[in-house]
Design a protein around this ligand. Structure first.
Ligand SMILES: CC(=O)SCCNC(=O)CCNC(=O)[C@H](O)C(C)(C)COP(=O)(O)OP(=O)(O)OC[C@H]1O[C@@H](n2cnc3c(N)ncnc32)[C@H](O)[C@@H]1OP(=O)(O)O
Ligand SMILES: O=C([O-])CC(=O)C(=O)O
Length: 457
């Protein structure tokens, strides 16, 4: 027999998949029979309680008589409402992401002096180690910036003289260095991707040590380095809103699971980046824009709610857009009536759309947001209340800021790294047990057969 050609549509590969399918069926009713908490969710849809945290609270429903009662979403960082953080920074017309990173890492709002010192510290670590960009980014471009971010974070292990020391001091050093460097890695990786895959110019502007995180990103991705203060403050707002979301979101949980083994910071954060890339998690912000492009192409009259509803039904039936059956940017594991981050981003998107003469597109987003819950309820027969999540309007805001779609999900990672690092340290300092849930085995005992007895047709 010749070797199997591992290529899409090759009969050999198809036969391997048939072999897999034949031997790997688990009937859905078995999950119920053995009371397995699929997706680590209780029967009422609430998450399995996996830990304790002081970093964040995500509120999306009330429980009354054992039932989930939908409620407006509320997000607090270290007990402080994220709306108050946003309004506080806006009232003082200053950048807020650095303050949020401090709050998440240490548990208290920084004093003016602490904030200045922290911002200066971040700026002093923005540059990558010598030859890192040449050896790790330029020589090995990736089409996908999330993939490049994960690989670069893993590679930083080799540039660290003390990578495996998991003392708080060492974890803290690595956390602050990573928070400072991830934006630089992202913008370098983007330039290399532009040059290598898109055949466009690549430019590496010098880093300005006085820039906030948001400013440093705009400085690096704009060919002429020009941006307004309003644009930088809006990007900063996006970074504030994405910085943290409790211990249970998939990427943070991933970081905590890895940290519970005692592994190094680079391994834990690279894994979290891999999780965030998924289209059901942070990758949804990019998918929303692809889905909306598909809707714009296929729905003839954007204002016709009957036509639009019909198309949304097709998306949920898996017959349109990417055929996943998902309306990206809608639904959430915790939020029901609203995701507070989506509420803020929507108001910013509307304002920008008015300024940039893009109201027609904004209103289409708004219509999809309005009609999706019905399509979801009708097609899936689900009673669950769904609303727009953080990923629904973020891509639109980025698009109107002139940020390329390659960077939508990476920007999420640039911000969320603060939360991941805070959770890693909390896990290691306060929990100290390896996470090890159980899987009920459905396999039956059987004898090992010698090769000549394995005759299957
Ligand atoms: C930063 C973030 O991660 S925010 C979330 C970003 N993700 C997205 O926007 C993708 C679209 N949304 C979803 O896939 C889901 O709503 C999630 C992943 C966010 C939450 O998932 P869950 O808590 O498991 O959702 P839920 O328990 O309500 O799922 C019930 C059913 O509804 C489906 N469903 C949930 N949301 C949607 C949606 N937006 N479109 C279509 N079907 C959906 C689920 O796939 C599931 O179907 P199944 O029973 O056939 O498996
Ligand atoms: O909490 C979740 O499951 C996903 C989410 O919104 C986030 O991580 O920001």
């Amino acid at each position: 027999m010749a070797e199997i050609v591992l290529e899409q549509d090759n009969p050999g590969l198809k036969s391997l998949c048939d072999e897999f399918r034949a031997n790997n069926k688990i009937p859905p009713e078995k999950f119920e029979l053995y009371q397995v908490k699929r997706g680590l969710r209780n029967p009422d849809g609430t998450g399995v309680m996996a830990g304790l945290t002081m970093i964040c609270n995500v509120h999306g429903y009330l429980i009354a008589d054992g039932e989930r009662i939908p409620d407006e979403g509320k997000l607090t960082y270290r007990g402080i409402d994220v709306n108050d953080i946003v309004n506080g920074c806006m009232a003082e017309n200053r950048f807020g992401y650095e303050e949020v990173a401090w709050l998440l890492l240490f548990g208290e709002l920084p004093t003016r002096e602490q904030l200045q010192t922290f911002s200066r510290t971040l700026n002093s670590y923005r540059e990558l180690p010598e030859y890192f960009a040449e050896d790790m980014i330029i020589k090995a471009p990736s089409k996908n910036i999330m993939n490049k971010l994960a690989r670069s974070v893993l590679a930083l292990y080799s540039y660290d003289e003390n990578p495996d020391d998991t003392s708080l001091e060492n974890n803290m050093r690595q956390a602050i260095q990573l928070i400072a460097r991830l934006p630089t890695i992202m913008t370098y990786a983007y330039q290399v991707k532009r040059r290598h895959f898109d055949k466009k110019s690549m430019y590496f502007h010098p880093i300005d040590p006085k820039h906030s995180t948001a400013q440093s990103i705009l400085n690096a991705i704009r060919p002429d380095r020009n941006f307004t203060d309003e644009e930088a403050k809006l990007l900063d707002l996006c970074l504030i809103l994405h910085a943290e979301h409790g211990g249970g979101n998939n990427s943070t949980f991933t970081a905590r699971v890895l940290s519970s083994t005692g592994t190094d910071t680079y391994s834990a954060i690279a894994a979290a980046i891999g999780s965030l890339k998924g289209p059901r998690h942070g990758g949804a912000n990019h998918r929303v824009m692809m889905m909306m492009n598909d809707i714009m192409e296929n729905v003839h009259n954007w204002e016709d709610e009957t036509e639009l509803s019909g198309y949304l039904d097709k998306i949920v039936r898996g017959e349109a857009a990417d055929h996943s059956g998902l309306i990206y940017g809608m639904g959430h594991a915790v939020y029901t009536l609203s995701d507070p981050r989506a509420v803020i981003l929507k108001s910013k998107a509307r304002k920008l759309a008015e300024e940039k003469d893009m109201l027609k597109k904004f209103e289409l987003f708004e219509r999809v947001e309005k009609l999706s819950p019905d399509a979801f309820a009708k097609v899936k027969g689900e009673r669950k209340v769904i609303s727009a999540n953080v990923d629904f309007y973020s891509g639109l805001v980025y698009e109107m800021l002139g940020i390329p779609s390659d960077l939508y999900t990476p920007l999420f990672a640039i911000s969320r790294i603060a939360g991941w690092c805070a959770h890693r340290m909390e896990e290691m300092e306060t929990c100290g047990r390896i996470m090890r849930p159980a899987y009920r085995s459905l396999s039956k005992s059987r004898p090992y057969l010698p090769l000549e007895e394995r005759n299957r047709e």
